[in-house]
Each structure stands twice: as structure tokens, then as C-alpha cells.
Design a protein around this ligand. Structure first.
Ligand SMILES: CCC/C=C/C(=O)SCCNC(=O)CCNC(=O)[C@H](O)C(C)(C)COP(=O)([O-])OP(=O)([O-])OC[C@H]1O[C@@H](n2cnc3c(N)ncnc32)[C@H](O)[C@@H]1OP(=O)([O-])[O-]
Ligand SMILES: NC(=O)C1=CN([C@@H]2O[C@H](COP(=O)(O)OP(=O)(O)OC[C@H]3O[C@@H](n4cnc5c(N)ncnc54)[C@H](OP(=O)(O)O)[C@@H]3O)[C@@H](O)[C@H]2O)C=CC1
Length: 293
């Protein structure tokens, strides 16, 4: 495909830059689920650059250990805890074992793979909804209860997806779960504001990276042979751009922002064409034959 003639949205400042004052998060601890890889690690990185201590959570010990070393090199204390966020008892143990009660919870871990709705097994539905929605709720519940008991303020950021508003053909499970995640933001922001707890959402657009599972990476490659030109911004997101948004939302400069979901996607989710593109059924887009054959 030929290069686009338009400039698109400008590139962000380089990795290592920050809009917030140095030390904004000194003395604060940030727990990031899925902080051992991909966007979770990028978010954790930006908090660490601003002085935060971290707790990172995921299912895979090796992945967490590698991230712990990488993030630890930024100067703060990094605790790595193996935990499946579907398990509320294990979540309680992770909070018990953390050096302090984290001030910020970033619910970043999620599960997803493309599948035509009619092909989805009950377990496939459960795996995605249990991790993405129920796991997010279990983490948030533990965080909220402990802050209420301690009488301390806190900030929750739920990482979402724009198909929470639009629906997500080919991702019925994930889209339904992310809609629930966005709705939780709105409910809990009201319930917990009196106790000093902010709850916000943060939605990445297209942020390809090497840690994505094969099913998602393969899907992006199949449908996006030229990722940049298929978006209004004419480029994809840089992981640090999501990290910067997260550090702003949980910062002292956003104390009156709660119940809001911020979309960082170069306006891709608002996109409509003057002339509609031809409709291609999901199973055809995914290269599957007719249902039942
Ligand atoms: C696109 C841009 C937006 C991106 C948004 C993102 O979220 S990106 C972030 C993306 N990051 C991640 O997703 C990271 C985490 N994701 C994961 O670890 C896996 O995707 C997981 C959720 C399947 C693992 O959960 P687990 O260990 O509990 O699962 P398990 O292995 O036991 O399988 C459970 C059921 O699912 C079935 N099934 C599985 N794959 C497929 C498939 N491709 N097709 C159909 N079905 C599939 C499997 O067959 C089984 O059903 P069965 O046979 O019993 O009826
Ligand atoms: N990348 C993108 O373009 C987009 C991403 N998003 C959202 O951004 C967030 C991060 O995605 P991304 O970094 O790309 O995805 P990754 O697959 O790279 O990361 C997911 C992380 O979550 C962890 N995780 C998954 N399941 C569980 C579980 N049951 N318990 C604990 N940890 C778990 C994984 O670790 P482990 O497997 O070791 O448990 C991994 O570290 C997600 O919420 C995703 O939905 C939304 C739109 C687009």
C-alpha cells in the first residue's frame, strides 16, 4: 500500500518524557494487573518513572519476574505476585502480602480472542467474561473494601475497549465484558466518591505490541495490512501515550475527575464513512467457512 499523503496526528514526545512533575508518585504504591507485559507494563513504567512503588500481578511467574527486574531498574520497589484475578481468595492474599495498601489500582488484565459468536463455546465465553469483567470486579472490591476500612483515599483505573459503546463484531464476549467494566466505573465512582475513592476508565485504541497473544496479533495482521492508514490518526498508539493518560487520571491534578472513561485512540472509534464499505460477515473476515460445515 502506498504511503498516505496526509500528516496524521503528530508523534508523541520520546519515551522518558513526562507531563507531570518528577516525583509525583513518590511515597505512593500502584498495583497493575497484567503489569508483566504489554500495555500493563507500559503503564507501570510511567508510574515508576514518576517515583511510584509497584505491585504487578499476573498468572505467569517468569513473565512477572522479568518485568520486576525491568521495572525495578527505574528505581522504585517492585513486588510481583502470581495471581489469577478470577480467584478472590488469592486476590486477598496478594493485598495481605503487599508491603502497603496500594493507593492506585490499575485493572489492566483482560482476555480476548476473535471468534464468530455462533462458534463460541460456553467455556470460551466464561473465560473471557470471568477474567475481563468479574476479575476486574474482584480486584476492585478488595481494593475498595480495604480503603473504606482504613479510611484512606484511592484511585481505580479500569482499562477498557471502545466496543463497550459500539459493540464488537467478532468479539461478543470481550465487548460485553468491557461494557460491564465501563458501567462499573460509572456506578462505583458515585458509590465511593464520598469515601475519597476515584474510579475512572481508560480505553486504548490500536496499540500493537510483541506481547499480544497469537490470536489477537494474527487478527490484527489479517485485517490491518497497513495499520496506520486505516485510522484517522494515520498511526497506531505508542504504549507510553496510554501510560501518560493513566498517570494523569490517578494524579493530584485529576482529583475532580471520576466516573469518566478516557479514550486514547486518535478518534478511531468515532470513525464513519460517507459511503459505507461493503458488509463482510465476521466468519468470512476471520477466514472461516460456512457455519456447520
Ligand atoms: C482487537 C483489539 C482489541 C483488543 C482487546 C484486548 O483485550 S487485547 C488483550 C488480549 N490478551 C489476552 O487475551 C491475554 C489473556 N488471554 C488468555 O490467556 C487466553 O486467551 C484465554 C482467555 C483463552 C485463557 O483463559 P483460560 O486459561 O481460562 O482458557 P482456556 O485455555 O482453558 O480456554 C477457555 C475456553 O476458551 C476457548 N478458546 C481459547 N482460545 C480460543 C480461540 N482463539 N477461539 C475460540 N475459542 C477459544 C477454549 O477452547 C476453551 O473452551 P472449551 O474448549 O473448553 O470449550
Ligand atoms: N493492545 C491493544 O491494542 C488493546 C488493548 N486493550 C486492553 O488493554 C489491556 C492490556 O492489553 P494488552 O497489554 O494488549 O494485552 P496482553 O495480552 O499483552 O496483556 C494481558 C495481561 O493480563 C494478564 N492476565 C490475563 N489473564 C489474567 C488473569 N486471569 N489473572 C491475572 N492476570 C491475567 C496477562 O498475564 P498472564 O497471561 O501471565 O496472566 C498479561 O500480562 C487489556 O485490558 C485489553 O483489553 C484494549 C483495546 C486494544
Amino acid at each position: 500500500m502506498t504511503e498516505n499523503a496526509y500528516p496524521g496526528l503528530p508523534s508523541p514526545p520520546p519515551l522518558g518524557a513526562s507531563a507531570l512533575p518528577p516525583g509525583t508518585y513518590e511515597g505512593h504504591t500502584v498495583l497493575v494487573t497484567g503489569g508483566g507485559s504489554g500495555l500493563g507494563k507500559a503503564i507501570a513504567t510511567e508510574f515508576a518513572r514518576l517515583g511510584a512503588d509497584l505491585v504487578i500481578v499476573g498468572r505467569t511467574a517468569d513473565r512477572l519476574k522479568a518485568a520486576q527486574e525491568e521495572l525495578g531498574a527505574l528505581g522504585g520497589r517492585v513486588t510481583a505476585s502470581v495471581c489469577d484475578i478470577r480467584d478472590p481468595e488469592r486476590i486477598a492474599e496478594v493485598f495481605d502480602a503487599a508491603p502497603v495498601l496500594p493507593d492506585v489500582l490499575v485493572n489492566n488484565a483482560a482476555a480476548n480472542f476473535p471468534v464468530p459468536a455462533e462458534d463460541m463455546s460456553p467455556n470460551a465465553w466464561r473465560a473471557v467474561v470471568d477474567i475481563t469483567l468479574t476479575g476486574t470486579w474482584f480486584m476492585t472490591r478488595e481494593f475498595g473494601r480495604r480503603h473504606l476500612a482504613a479510611g484512606t483515599p484511592g484511585s481505580v483505573i479500569n482499562v477498557g475497549a471502545s466496543y463497550a459503546w459500539t459493540g464488537g463484531p467478532g468479539f461478543a464476549h470481550s465487548a460485553a465484558a468491557k461494557a460491564g467494566v465501563k458501567n462499573l466505573v460509572e456506578t462505583l465512582a458515585v458509590e465511593w466518591a464520598p469515601y475519597g475513592i476515584q474510579v475512572n476508565g481508560l480505553v486504548p485504541g490500536l496499540f500493537p505490541h510483541a506481547d499480544l497473544p497469537e490470536a489477537i496479533r494474527g487478527n490484527l495482521e489479517r485485517t490491518d495490512d497497513d495499520k496506520a492508514s486505516r485510522q484517522p490518526a494515520l498511526r497506531v498508539g505508542q504504549a507510553r501515550e496510554l501510560g501518560w493518560a493513566a498517570t494523569f487520571l490517578a494524579s493530584p491534578y485529576a482529583r475532580f475527575v471520576s466516573g469518566h472513561t478516557m479514550v486514547v485512540d486518535g478518534a478511531n472509534w468515532q470513525r464513519r464513512n460517507v459511503v459505507n464499505a461493503p458488509v463482510v460477515p465476521v466468519r468470512e473476515q476471520l477466514g472461516r467457512g460456512p457455519y456447520g460445515q
